[in-house]
Design a protein around this ligand. Structure first.
Ligand SMILES: Cc1cc2nc3c(=O)[nH]c(=O)nc-3n(C[C@H](O)[C@H](O)[C@H](O)COP(=O)(O)O)c2cc1C
Length: 325
């Protein structure tokens, strides 16, 4: 499949692996890029810019194909060294950056000068248009079903994607709820030129995370995610567990007066406990409703090949037959 996204990023298949905290290490990104998609290293999982430099170099040893780096701008008590991360990304010759969270306008000039293509993740049409107006090359349109931060508008992809297609000139990929060939064909039909997956890539052999997380995703249904931190206007879709229940109880008890400090034990420093130690009740970690469509743990190549095969069958057989009937 050839789209503006495959052309822009120099990839074989229109499939991107979105940045994922404590998942997007070199092993994950390299496996996706080697399989013909676009793998992305999660910048801020590395504590320092020099740590990111090492991770980029590790990834280069595993693949010669293009891969990107995610840079997420979220509210933080002590903000990360963003200028340092930008400098390392450019110095290491990375040509694709996925930005997310706040408006990336401050980092765009440096990336543009260095010939870096920027795809910004947005949860609304207005943010997508803003990204286009400030010079982003593409957007990842993230619907309400997504794992992670769906924003506060709650518009699912069946509406959000065609709305984005009505307004945007730059290409966009569908993000949130994408799992298989059906997702890819549907996303294309709604106007996207590719898809971005997070949760689905966690349940792969190469994902460098604890087996307990992969098992939990296979076991989970589409009913097993919860939204936390809504009263803080920092909504996150997460897999339900004992820690998440504590957050929800605190939010129910305190209402809109709940503060970050009230839930810090279940949201701060949780990722290593889950992803490395496999402590599945430690607290909130991002997970999409798409968990309901995850039934196995294939290799990344098996997954991507299967998606492309399914997509081609749907277009070439099922839809063709319907159109001919
Ligand atoms: C465990 C996990 C961690 C994530 N961490 C980040 C992150 O650090 N930065 C970011 O921009 N997106 C992050 N995301 C969001 C993904 O990049 C992607 O947009 C999202 O997972 C798409 O929805 P899906 O899970 O339904 O595929 C994360 C998602 C998951 C599942």
């Amino acid at each position: 499949m050839k789209t503006r996204i495959t052309e822009m990023f120099g990839i074989e298949h229109p499939i991107i692996q979105g940045g994922m905290h404590y998942v997007g290490f070199a092993e994950m990104a390299a496996a996706v890029s080697e399989a013909g998609g676009l793998g992305i290293i999660t910048g801020l999982t590395q504590k320092t810019p020099e740590g990111l430099r090492k991770e980029i170099r590790r990834c280069r040893e595993m693949t010669k194909k293009p891969f990107g780096v995610n840079l997420t701008f979220l509210p933080a008590i002590t903000p990360p060294d963003y200028p340092g991360f930008v400098k390392v990304i450019i110095e290491e010759g990375i040509k694709i950056v996925e930005t997310a969270g706040n408006n990336p306008v401050k980092v765009l000039p440096a990336f543009k000068d260095a010939g870096v293509k920027v795809i910004h993740k947005c949860t609304s049409v207005r943010h997508s248009l803003k990204a286009e107006s400030i010079g982003c090359d593409a957007v990842s349109v993230d619907g309400f079903e997504c794992g992670g931060h769906p924003g506060e508008d709650d518009v699912p992809n069946f509406i959000l994607l065609p709305r984005a297609a009505e307004e945007l000139k730059i290409p966009f990929v569908a993000s949130g709820g994408m799992a298989d060939g059906r997702s890819l064909v549907a996303a294309m039909a709604l106007g996207a030129e590719g898809m971005n997956m997070g949760t689905r890539f966690m349940a792969t052999k190469e994902a460098p995370i604890h087996q307990n997380v992969k098992d939990a995703l296979v076991k989970a249904s589409e009913l097993d995610t919860r939204l936390v931190m809504r009263p803080l206007r920092n909504t996150e879709r997460v897999l339900n567990n004992a820690g998440v229940q504590k957050i929800l109880e605190m939010e129910a008890a305190k209402g809109k007066d709940v503060k970050f400090e009230d839930i810090i034990a279940q949201v701060g420093g949780v990722y290593p406990k889950i992803m490395i130690d496999g402590d599945m009740d430690a607290g909130a970690f991002s997970c999409g409703m798409v968990a309901g469509l995850i039934h196995d743990v294939p290799s990344v190549k098996e997954l991507i090949d299967r998606i492309m095969r399914e997509a081609e069958e749907i277009i070439g057989k099922r839809l063709k037959m319907m159109a001919a009937a």
